[in-house]
Design a protein. Structure first.
Length: 290
């Protein structure tokens, strides 16, 4: 299959490489000068998508996605599928899907979980929104780039699932970190804290699989001086998307709101930029009751 891939950054480059390694003809395009083994680079998005049966985008945000969609949708061949794997706001995902439908194309919003490691290993999870036909056309490509794809519903449902999942993650990471900091001040050994919580009702992915306390639980970014991993600024991006979605859907998300404020404070005023999102623990440790 001829596949166009637009946005060859930290995530897009390894995903495109995996499609090429699986035997597909991949034509890539990025604003930056990037080269990838097995991928032909085109000078523009419109050139890349010409004659492609599938077009994948992996871009920083919804505004850029809308700009790229304006360029590539008119250049795509009828019946081709546009698969957006970026994490973007639900409104942009739905607007681009409508634009694709109007142009006689199929489309899927398919944000991913699994990070740069999952992109390289081909073990991403895709959360997809779109018609059954569009999902069926994209599914074989999800199989190459990932290990699981969930068809969540119509256009925008993939982004909705991603944003809700990451809002839970941001909130539980903060709760886990503040509880560790409290446990420290109460003189509780961190390993004992882990042994209890990870097998009690406070357990979570943040505690059990990605423990923010160094030397405790399975290896995680905390064991590597909080080098990401999943950077705090990416968590902030996703939390802001959750609040934007809550605003437009008139949903009450008080914990999501507080988590957004805390990550904003951490990233913008407390040297959190470039640190893993679990570095909230040393942040709380330093603080007294406010
Ligand atoms: P990145 O910044 O490394 O890559 C984005 C790429 O898009 C860059 O190479 C940039 O040059 C290119 N680009 C920007 N504007 C463009 C345009 N108009 N035309 C062509 N190319 C353009 O970001 P990333 O880490 O690869 O993330 C991509 C998306 O995946 C984001 O939406 C992010 O939220 C999401 N995501 C990232 C991770 C992660 O761990 N990095 C995990 C899950 C989801």
């Amino acid at each position: 299959m001829k596949i166009a891939f637009i946005g060859l950054g930290n995530m897009g480059a390894p995903m495109a490489a995996n499609l090429a390694a699986a035997g597909h003809e991949v034509v890539g395009h990025d604003m930056a000068d990037i080269s990838i083994d097995g991928v032909t680079i085109a000078a523009s998005g419109a050139q890349a998508v010409s004659g492609a049966e599938a077009v994948i985008t992996m871009l920083p945000n919804g505004k850029i996605l809308r700009t790229v969609a304006n360029e590539v949708i008119p250049a795509m061949q009828g019946g081709a599928v546009l698969i957006d794997c970026s994490t973007v706001d639900v409104d942009s995902a739905r607007a681009v899907a409508q634009q694709a439908t109007d142009a006689g194309l199929l489309s899927v919003d398919a944000p991913v979980s699994g990070g740069i490691g999952g992109a390289a290993a081909g073990t991403l999870t895709f959360m997809a929104g779109g018609s059954d036909t569009a999902f069926a056309k994209a599914a074989p490509l999800f199989e190459i780039m990932g290990q699981k794809a969930v068809h969540c519903g119509e256009a925008g449902a993939g982004q909705a699932a991603k944003i809700c999942n990451n809002m839970i993650l941001g909130v539980t990471m903060i709760a886990t970190c503040e509880a560790f900091a409290l446990a420290d001040k109460l003189g509780l050994d961190r390993q004992k804290m882990f042994d209890v919580v990870s097998t009690s009702s406070g357990y979570s992915w943040a505690m059990n699989a990605y423990c923010p306390a160094p030397g405790v639980g399975p290896e995680s970014p905390s064991d590597n001086d909080y080098t990401p991993g999943f950077a705090a600024e990416l968590m902030l991006k996703d939390l802001r998307l959750s609040q934007q979605a809550a605003e437009s859907a008139d949903a009450d998300t008080p914990m999501g709101k507080i988590a957004t404020k805390l990550y904003e404070q951490f990233v913008e005023h407390e040297n959190g930029l470039g640190r893993d999102f679990s570095a909230m623990l040393p942040r709380f440790e330093k603080r007294g009751r406010s």
